[in-house]
Design a protein around this ligand. Structure first.
Ligand code: NAD
Ligand code: SER
Length: 320
């Protein structure tokens, strides 16, 4: 029987992954946890507790007492926030993953912990970026993602932990706001376009980035975790992708749904430099060949679904 513990459950991915896992395994089989007080984020679709993943004993105790068979480890500090406090980003991202992997080794449970396009730096081929190539990121967030990939490999080889991971591109969603990354601009553009009819973008018009719609990302996690171990050649992380666009191209699609929409650009030097150091497009052919990964949403399909969902939400949700 599957019993899963989710860390970082209050975040952009955690909110939707927790709901998907509850639908799959039942409400009492999913324990949602986050550093934040559940009073502020729990949707009441299953048990939820406050848990700091940097507290190794508390984490292990939670895994043991819940009798978790898998941990979906989403607690992290994202790229732009991480550059504001690199030491804290390193401690949180690497320290928490170490604690999760160590608990998994002792309690014999599986681990999913995402990596990112940020695990590549400016000297990797950018379009496409192969599954296996140079990984020399120039952000602390990227450094933590490379360390995390290596730790997944290490705990698998040394202790037999069933560790699995995906290198996600930027994720676009409408349920929970994004948590301080560079690709957040894409989510912001949808919300602000609806609320205000115009958007000021913090990246330059021609910054091409790799992206994915959240339903595809959630399905990728589920399908990777369902894949037979014998199918998986990589325990560090798999490249996955769905679409690539620039702010200008996204604005054109947004404009088709919001008549009169206007965009202007005030590139933020920090976030622009981070975006410029990342791949334009991941080559995900190995994920497609080994465990059958296929994306379903391209940019027009994602935009249609985003606007349908955002328009059905309360007006206050559109301008936060
Ligand atoms: P998010 O910022 O939205 O959520 C992260 C959550 O972690 C927050 O709710 C935060 O309160 C929690 N947290 C932080 N420190 C914690 C701690 N010490 N203990 C417990 N909880 C803590 O992030 P997200 O977008 O949901 O990302 C989840 C994972 O996916 C991260 O590893 C991130 O690097 C990765 N990822 C995300 C994207 C994306 O576009 N969202 C892309 C690639 C990879
Ligand atoms: N979306 C993430 C970020 O911008 C990439 O991992 O930080």
């Amino acid at each position: 029987m599957n019993r899963v513990l989710v860390t970082g459950a209050a975040g952009q991915i955690g909110t939707e992954l927790t709901a998907a896992l509850v639908r799959r395994h039942g409400r009492d089989a999913v324990l949602a946890t986050d550093l934040k007080d559940p009073e502020d984020w729990s949707r009441g679709d299953g048990p939820a507790v406050q848990l700091d993943c940097l507290d190794a004993e508390a984490l292990r105790e939670a895994v043991r007492t819940f009798r978790a068979t898998a941990v979906y480890h989403l607690a992290a500090i994202l790229s732009a926030t991480g550059e504001g406090n690199p030491l804290s980003a390193y401690k949180t991202n690497v320290g928490s993953l170490l604690n999760v992997l160590d608990a998994a080794a002792h309690e014999r449970c599986r681990v999913f912990a995402p990596s990112s396009i940020a695990a590549f730096g400016p000297d990797a081929p950018r379009d496409p970026t192969p599954q296996s190539t140079t990984q020399r990121p120039t952000t602390m967030y990227g450094v933590t993602k490379v360390a995390g990939e290596l730790l997944g490999d290490y705990y698998h080889q040394r202790y037999g932990v069933d560790a699995r991971s995906l290198r996600f591109p930027g994720l676009v969603s409408h349920t929970a706001p994004p948590g301080g990354g560079v690709t957040d601009y894409a989510v912001d553009m949808f919300r602000v376009a609806l609320a205000q009819g115009r958007y000021t973008c913090f990246l330059s018009p021609d910054t091409r980035m790799d992206m994915m719609y959240m339903p595809d990302a959630i399905r990728a996690v589920v399908e990777l975790m369902d894949a037979p171990a014998s199918a998986l050649a990589y325990r560090n992380a798999y490249n996955v992708t769905a679409m690539q666009f620039t702010p200008t191209e996204l604005a054109e699609v947004v404009g088709a749904h919001v008549p009169g929409f206007r965009i202007d650009y005030e590139p933020d030097p920090l976030r622009q430099a981070i975006a410029d150091s990342w791949p334009n497009r991941l080559d995900d052919s190995e994920a497609r060949a080994q465990w059958g990964w296929r994306h379903r949403y391209d940019l027009p399909a994602m935009a249609a679904d985003m606007f349908r969902a955002l328009r059905s939400q309360a007006p206050s949700a559109q301008d936060d």
